[in-house]
Ligand binder design. Structure first.
Ligand SMILES: *Cc1c(COP(=O)(O)O)cnc(C)c1O
Length: 386
């Protein structure tokens, strides 16, 4: 291998914030109205509602509290079971415990890495009240099958669509139909507010609860009327965050188009024989529905992921791993979950890496990542077979 000149560090994600957005944040800071429920929050919520087909949308300070609030709106708590995937950010399962319900896991599909809906069906008991599916990397779950299953068993659906803004199912936007849909605007997501999230609900009644749970359960009336009738928290979005969100929404279509083009280029550069030659698994080549939030590679089992990540880091390429299997965390093992319970998720979560993919990358960055990946995988498999 020829040692070329050191190339700049390439992270797996990086936000794109334009100068207009930076100026808008400055304007908010100068305006004196820094937090809710100011004009920016209201404009952002209106824009999001229009984006999601006119459904009611409320904004929050994370894409975690949104899921807990959806469960609370649905009246889910102690004694109830909620089924979710072990392959997600731990927030997805933590919110179930947070509201006092019991998390139940169902294994994932080996190809999509999304929850296996046949396994969900097996996991349903008389206590099951809801399903929290995750659209991993923005690749949507089978929405027809999901909602048919939910209908048959009278279950609520809280979509963890944290990664799925702009994803579609049969031409319809994720969040524009279904039951509850939760989105995150955390910094790595396809659009960001630094930290933040939004919840799409079904009707005006749920929207009122969505506001109460967001701010201490408060209802105001007139100039000095106030009452509290449910226990809420402190989850409101700031004007600063909403100003960033408005600036990001202007680019959402372009960001997602760029992600799609980069994902296509990854497939092109890896080539049709990559999986057979290197033993690694590429993601589903979905160029229809996914917003390409992330590009994953599942490494062959004989390669230690940390060693692979280190060798990529030696080439100035930063990788992520999304995610560690939730049921194997100590908190969950204490609840009785064990290794071997969800073998597909365990295998995928142990060997998965996230390659760089963000809108300000160029095609040459993709080429650099693919060349480095092949070099590291190739050299390692040679050293193992010798
Ligand atoms: C980012 C993310 C969350 C949490 O969102 P926050 O805004 O960080 O609270 C939950 N689930 C998934 C799948 C995510 O990617």
């Amino acid at each position: 291998m020829t040692q070329t000149s050191v190339q700049p560090f390439l992270p797996f994600a990086r936000p794109s914030i334009d100068e207009a957005t930076i100026a808008a944040v400055g304007d908010v800071l100068r305006s004196g109205w820094l937090t809710s429920n100011g004009p920016k929050v209201q404009a952002f919520e209106s824009l999001l509602s229009a984006y999601f087909g006119g459904r009611p949308v409320r904004t929050y300070n994370s894409g975690t509290c949104t899921m807990a609030i959806a469960l609370r709106i649905a009246g889910i708590g102690r004694g109830d079971e909620v089924i979710t995937t072990p392959n997600s950010w731990v927030a997805t399962a933590n919110v179930i415990i947070e509201v006092g319900a019991t998390p139940v896991f169902a294994d994932i599909d080996a190809r999509t890495h999304n929850i296996d809906l046949d396994q969900v069906e097996t996991a349903i008991t008389p206590r099951t009240r809801a399903i929290i599916p995750v659209h991993m990397c923005g690749l949507p779950c089978d929405m027809d099958k999901l909602h048919a299953l939910a209908k048959t068993h009278s279950l609520r659906v809280v979509e963890d669509a944290a990664q799925a803004i702009g994803s579609t199912w049969k031409g319809r936007r994720i969040g524009a139909f279904g039951d509850f849909a939760s989105f995150s605007f955390q910094v790595n997501k396809n659009i960001t507010t630094a930290e933040g999230g939004c919840l799409v609900v079904n009707n005006a009644e749920e929207a009122i609860l969505a506001e109460k749970y967001r701010l201490q359960g408060v209802t105001r009336s007139g100039l000095d009327g106030i009452d509290v009738d449910v226990l809420g928290g402190k989850y409101n979005m700031t004007e600063i965050a909403a100003a960033i969100g408005l600036g990001q929404m202007a680019h959402l279509e372009a960001f997602n188009a760029k992600r799609l083009a980069l994902a296509r280029h990854y497939f092109h550069c890896f080539g049709a024989d990559f999986e057979a030659s290197y033993g690694a698994e590429l993601p589903m080549a979905d160029f229809q529905n996914s917003n390409w939030h992330m590009f994953h590679l599942v490494l062959p089992s004989h390669i230690a992921r940390a060693a692979f990540m280190q060798q990529m880091l030696d080439r100035n390429i930063g990788l992520g791993y999304h995610y560690a299997a939730i049921h194997l965390f100590t908190l969950y093992r204490r609840r009785g979950f064990k290794i071997g319970m969800f073998p597909v998720a365990e295998r995928v979560c142990r060997q998965i890496v996230t390659l760089p993919l963000f809108p300000s990358m160029g095609e040459s960055d993709v080429e650099r990542v693919v060349a480095a990946t092949k070099a590291v995988l190739g050299s390692r498999s040679r050293s193992h077979s010798s």
